[in-house]
Design a binder for this molecule. Sequence first.
Ligand SMILES: Nc1nc2c(ncn2[C@@H]2O[C@H](COP(=O)(O)OP(=O)(O)OP(=O)(O)O)[C@@H](O)[C@H]2O)c(=O)[nH]1
Ligand SMILES: [Mg+2]
Length: 429
Amino acid sequence: MTIVACSTPPGTSGIAVVRISGKDAIKNVSNFIKDCPFNEKSPGSKICLLVDKDGLIFDEAVVTSYLGPNSYTGENLVEVSCHGNPNIISKIIDLSVGGGASLAEPGEFTKRAFLNGRLDLSEAESVSAIIHSKSIAGVKAGVKNLKGGLSKKIGLIKSDLVSVVANLEFNLDISEEDLQPNLIKNSKGALSKSVETLKSCVDAFNETRMFQLGASVVILGPPNAGKSTLFNLLVNKNQSIVTEIEGTTRDVVEKNINIDGLPILLKDTAGIRESNNRVEKIGVERSLAEEKNADLVIYLNNAGRSFSKDKYIHVFNKSDINTPDGDYDVIISAKTGDNIQKLKETIYKALINEDIEHDTFLTSKRQCIAVESALKHVKDALSLLLGGDSLELIVEDINRSIDFLDSITSKTTKDDVLDEVFSSFCVGK
Ligand SMILES: Nc1nc2c(ncn2[C@@H]2O[C@H](COP(=O)(O)OP(=O)(O)OP(=O)(O)O)[C@@H](O)[C@H]2O)c(=O)[nH]1
Ligand SMILES: [Mg+2]
């Protein structure tokens, strides 16, 4: 079946790209390209006139045709780069559909690339990661995977595990005294190494997620602590209302910022206190809900509260007029801007653990769950090995973990997994 969609965002633009993919793609576009210069033998790029059914010219476009399997989708593919007028775009799509094409589902071009063996599943997922990343670091992670970075790393772990299984299986029917020398020691070494590598993939996932989707950072604290003043300073805009009246902020005020390339959704909240005012009470409830879901909480001026270390930064504000009443991580003045650079560094460090090796990135939750499951089975195998259990059981656990690793890149994957992966794409990709 031939499919068609606009691959560029909706609306008016200098240029828009409509893609048509499928066996009949070239025949399909000849319906609306005047004197179509393409055929199954001559792909390439040409300036063409686009005509409607009456032969009237409605645009001039650069048209590129690719012959399968040498195209993004692995099948015949035509890209029409027309002027970015929504009327022109829908005209092209209408004429293509009139010529027998169907409208593409979200992600259908990439799904075809996967089904035609042009990409493995982790590479296809990286396309979505590249499109949706909120930072250049997230994009780089995606590009690395698109070039097979993750598949390669997973492949190496897998081949280590496969060789352990092969050696163990070779010794299955042999009595304990006659086992290959060093079999147990070497297997332990290989399994421990796999545990470490898989663990580092999982540890890095949370941070990759932050570079791709952004971290949620919430400013919390008692009324009048200077939360909105700090918020305005960090977003570089007078966005949140500041007054000396306690209980000024009620709604959660949000803005995207960027600290050292890390995308952050910063949130200013209502000051936390007991209140009889109905509106303020709702504001406080919202603050507490934000606290729960945050990746990081900047807690202002409340030395009395104890916090779990990894999610909270304890900040003393108004250092220009007061001295700290307890132990704080950072001491600032939101009014004068004093020590704000240190606060930004502290925020970054709290979100990103620089000790973690960032050479491999998992770019989807699905990949992370698969790696976690593989890790669990390798750990189980290792403890069985250490406990002197039967080799059969150990082999079974290792095989399960290999299955999970296979599911990350697999070329033959169940339909429901495929649907989940590709439904997150946009139409036209
Ligand atoms: N001297 C001084 N005053 C500050 C500082 N930060 C904020 N203020 C003042 O403190 C008052 C309260 O500031 P806000 O930013 O509105 O405080 P808030 O925490 O958002 O208060 P609520 O929204 O009511 O919870 C204002 O008069 C600010 O000008 C600071 O670092 N130094
Ligand atoms: Mg406020």
